[in-house]
Design a protein around this ligand. Structure first.
Ligand code: FUB
Length: 321
């Protein structure tokens, strides 16, 4: 694949979580639309109200199929608004959609919905995952079958409201030379419905093992993703207000992960978000930008580009032209 290409020009979708199920790539995106809400630093303009799933057999040239709505806000008993990023993991023939939404008091949590097929429909649990908070879940299944959920996002994603998994009386967003706020990870229970442990911080560290600081343009902001390549764990994420996608490598799912570099330079649009997936022997970066909507940040379009690894396991920067 020489150039990045748009995957689904028929509609605005973002935050693609690409997974291979039954020999096809299934993409679980956020479903953007123009709600008329004013743009603000809390993401008030991202008023998404349902999820679709897309599938594709020929990533390089093929058509993308939209399987329609797989879960709607009105069907989730606990949710109030803003269905943001989601991801799906398979276990024993069942599919678990892990998503984030604000509850009826405007606090973000993660929820689980279950289906018999990757194309849904997904039946939501009545309550959010106990002890969950913030946004952007990525569900990663390791080779031993253990399932981990990575999550978290600052600013509108509310991660700065929590410390040691407890809500703070006053939020604290680290600044300057303070350690940056880390993403979180928790192993899931065998039934994939709850955290099996208290979420742990996911540290991205420099070559000396020091956590990246809040004033580092490559520090974590949101959009965690995990994939494994040649036995190593690759934690990839968005730097939010500095608009990069970065990657860091570790020896186990909990990290720490050593910062390695930028995967994607800023695209058109405020947000940048992605997933990494291997299909038919090639690796791909699924992402989004706002070129087709002429830069409207809340109307994003899905793209894919091939990813290339160097011999030493580092990744070549993707040119998303
Ligand atoms: O789609 C809404 C939010 O925008 C996501 O949760 C963030 O990662 C950013 O892409």
């Amino acid at each position: 694949m020489k150039k990045a290409r748009y995957l689904f020009p028929q509609d605005y979708m973002a935050d693609p979580a690409a997974n291979v199920f039954n020999g096809k790539v299934f993409i679980y995106p956020s479903h953007d639309w123009d709600s008329g809400a004013a743009e603000d630093d809390d993401g008030g303009h991202f008023e998404m109200k349902d999820y679709h799933v897309l599938s594709i057999e020929d990533v390089e040239n093929g058509e993308t199929t939209d399987h329609g709505v797989i879960l709607a806000l009105e069907d989730i008993p606990w949710a109030g608004r803003q269905l943001w990023d989601n991801d799906v993991v398979e276990k024993d023939g069942k599919y678990y959609l892990i998503y984030c939404a604000k509850d009826k008091t405007d606090v973000f949590h993660l929820g689980v919905a279950v289906a018999d097929k990757p194309e849904g429909p997904f039946k939501p649990q009545g309550d959010p995952i106990r002890g969950s908070y913030s946004i952007d879940p990525c569900a990663f299944k390791d080779d031993d079958g253990s399932i981990y959920v990575y999550f978290g996002g600052i600013w509108g994603g509310q991660l700065q409201r929590y410390k040691n998994n407890k809500a703070l009386p006053n939020e604290h967003l680290p600044e300057g030379g303070e350690d940056a706020l880390p993403s979180r990870v928790a192993k899931m229970t065998d039934d994939v419905l709850q955290f099996a442990e208290a979420p742990r911080p996911v540290f991205v560290v420099d070559d000396n093992g020091e956590p990246l600081k809040a004033n580092n343009p490559y520090r974590f902001f949101e959009a965690s993703w995990m994939h494994k390549y040649q036995g190593k764990y690759y934690f990839t994420y968005s730097t939010g207000d500095t608009h990069f996608l970065c990657y860091a490598i570790g020896d186990n799912p909990y990290g720490p992960f050593t910062f390695k570099g930028v995967l994607l330079d800023p695209v058109v649009g405020w947000t940048t978000h992605h997933s990494v997936c291997q299909y038919k022997g090639k690796w791909y970066l699924f992402h989004h930008d706002c070129v087709p909507s002429d830069g409207v940040t809340w109307l994003r379009s899905l793209k894919v580009a091939e990813l290339h690894y160097n011999e030493d396991g580092t990744i070549q920067k993707v040119i998303s032209d």
